[in-house]
Design a binder for this molecule. Structure first.
Ligand SMILES: Cc1cc2nc3c(=O)[nH]c(=O)nc-3n(C[C@H](O)[C@H](O)[C@H](O)COP(=O)(O)OP(=O)(O)OC[C@H]3O[C@@H](n4cnc5c(N)ncnc54)[C@H](O)[C@@H]3O)c2cc1C
Ligand code: SF4
Length: 478
């Protein structure tokens, strides 16, 4: 990968206020704060009561030592705060930006629960590590001694990269294979730049490259190289391929032009932000500018789509979700942000079909109500007969979630055990799969999840792989 990737990053976020209705103004955007970050971080860190029952820490998947780095930040001892923060988190500046803190650390802050508003832990974490990068406190990865063993990692998302970081620090030879032309997985091509600026991801990849991690990009395992070949080349293998099979809508008219998949839409937008030529964006097929946009789905991906459409200059953005606000899977904070930016949520609705011939012209919307709870205790949406209407649309984005690809058959390894959902079966602590020396982490094991969980898995799997490599049988086998 080119070393100067960061230099290639250009922003194409367009401000077209004159074309936009008043409710879609750029100044309403919840962009990551910069100008007052230092004051805000110190003020927020100082609000931590050092309660002694750090639920924030226990609800952080990485069990970050939050009270300690908040205290050090409040005291102005930022470098020490950074050292503590990075001891448990491979990518703190990334988690600080994109963890759904309202469901994790901040949602369990004692001050929040006493009704006084949470300490903004994520923003402080981001600030500490951004400052560390600016001041040169982030040290290059330099193993004390090189080792001969090598590990092949399939997938350069946060799970694979967290493992690569840990293994390389111990001197293991690491090769990361990925089918995309840039590393980072969904950090690079899924999550939009207004939540996670791409240079923030690229600087971590450069750090790994400089540490000697080999990236083999544009390489689809199962197509360009076989899984068996990778196993043959390395002493251990980590599968961190994520979940990419989009759930489709099955309704009349769904094949019309203008009805697109969420990840295609977001990837096009992210590629533009790198300065790539993206024909489908330039043609308008994957660009919301000047369009009435309808996004279908209620998860975090749907939230990213609606907020991207607003930034691209859509004339209206509506989000259809079949349950109500209280029952939607996406972060409530994201919903609030989206609403303030001008997105209209149409709760208790589902698509029944699409109007238009070659190109979509509208969504036939059926109204729903919540019925009896299902086996999981969640109320099931039920149709309200005769309450359909047509919502005009020029661009419809399907954001109904993702499922795993059929890896055992795609890679010709039927002995790789999977669950009934198609995710890879791996031990929860060691991350070992059914194949000796093969480990798996992140979304391909958990199903669509979170970056912070992928990081935790990757760190734990690296420990297990190191233990595996240290076994006498492994040494004897070499
Ligand atoms: C639009 C969107 C927004 C999200 N926003 C958030 C958020 O704000 N906060 C949050 O915490 N989580 C978010 N998530 C979820 C989060 O991105 C994932 O949980 C996380 O990236 C999973 O990490 P991973 O390493 O398991 O997989 P991924 O990040 O998906 O990386 C997998 C990598 O494997 C590669 N790969 C797959 N198959 C092959 C193959 N056969 N050969 C070679 N390479 C292969 C892929 O190209 C990819 O680079 C979001 C997800 C989406 C889709
Ligand atoms: S990693 Fe995520 S959950 Fe943990 S402290 Fe940071 S923002 Fe909170």
């Amino acid at each position: 990968m080119a070393k100067n990737r960061m230099l290639q990053f250009v922003t194409v976020a367009k401000e077209t206020p004159e074309k936009r209705p008043a409710n879609l103004r750029a100044q309403d955007f919840h962009e990551i704060y910069r100008e007052y970050a230092a004051e805000k971080a110190a003020e927020q860190a100082g609000r931590c009561s050092q309660c002694g029952v750090p639920y924030c820490q226990s609800h952080c998947p990485l069990h970050n030592n939050i009270p300690d780095w908040l205290r050090l930040t409040a005291e102005g001892r930022l470098q020490e705060a950074y050292e503590i923060s990075q001891a448990t988190n491979t990518f703190p500046e990334i988690c600080g930006r994109i963890c759904p803190q309202d469901r994790l650390c901040e949602g369990n802050c004692v001050i929040e629960q006493s009704g006084h508003g949470t300490v903004t832990i994520g923003s402080v974490e981001k600030y500490i590590t951004d400052t560390a990068w600016e001041n040169g406190w982030v040290q290059p990865i330099k193993p004390h001694a090189e080792r001969t063993e090598s590990v092949g990692i399939i997938g350069a998302g946060p799970g694979g990269l967290a493992a690569a970081d840990m293994l390389r620090r111990k001197g293991v030879q690491v090769t990361v294979y990925d089918r995309y032309d840039r590393a980072g997985g969904l950090l690079t091509y899924g999550i939009p730049g207004f939540k996670l600026e791409k240079p923030v991801v690229m600087q971590r990849i450069e750090q790994l490259e400089e540490a000697g991690v080999q990236f083999v990009l544009n390489c689809t395992v199962g197509v360009d190289i076989s899984f068996d070949a990778i196993r043959g080349q390395h002493d251990a293998v980590l599968i961190a391929t994520g979940v990419y099979k989009a759930r489709d809508i099955s309704a009349p008219g769904v094949g019309a032009a203008g009805i697109v998949k969420a990840l295609d839409y977001l990837t096009a937008s992210n590629r533009k932000s790198f300065g790539d030529d993206v024909a489908e964006f330039d043609s308008g097929a994957l660009n919301a500018e000047g369009k009435r946009v309808v996004v279908i789905g209620g998860g975090d991906t749907a939230m990213d789509c609606v907020r991207t459409a607003i930034r691209q200059g859509a004339t209206s953005v509506k989000c259809l979700y079949r349950r109500d606000r209280a029952n939607m899977p996406g972060s409530q904070r994201e919903v609030q942000n989206a609403e303030e930016e001008g997105v209209e949520f149409v709760w208790l609705t589902a698509p029944k079909g699409f109007t238009g011939a070659a190109h979509v012209e509208g969504v036939v919307v059926q109204r729903m109500r919540l019925g009896a709870p299902d086996a999981t205790g969640r109320q099931s949406p039920e149709l309200i007969e005769g309450a359909d209407y047509v919502e005009p649309a020029d661009l419809v984005v399907q954001a109904l979630g993702f499922e795993p690809e059929e890896i055992p058959s795609l890679w010709g390894v039927p002995e790789l055990a999977v669950t009934r959902w198609g995710t890879i079966k791996a031990d929860f602590q060691t991350h070992a799969t059914s194949l000796p020396g093969v480990y798996a982490v992140g979304d391909i094991v958990r199903g669509a999840s979170l970056v912070v969980w992928a990081i935790r898995d990757g760190r734990e799997a690296a420990e297990s792989i190191l233990a595996y490599l240290a076994q006498p049988a492994q040494v004897a086998a070499e």
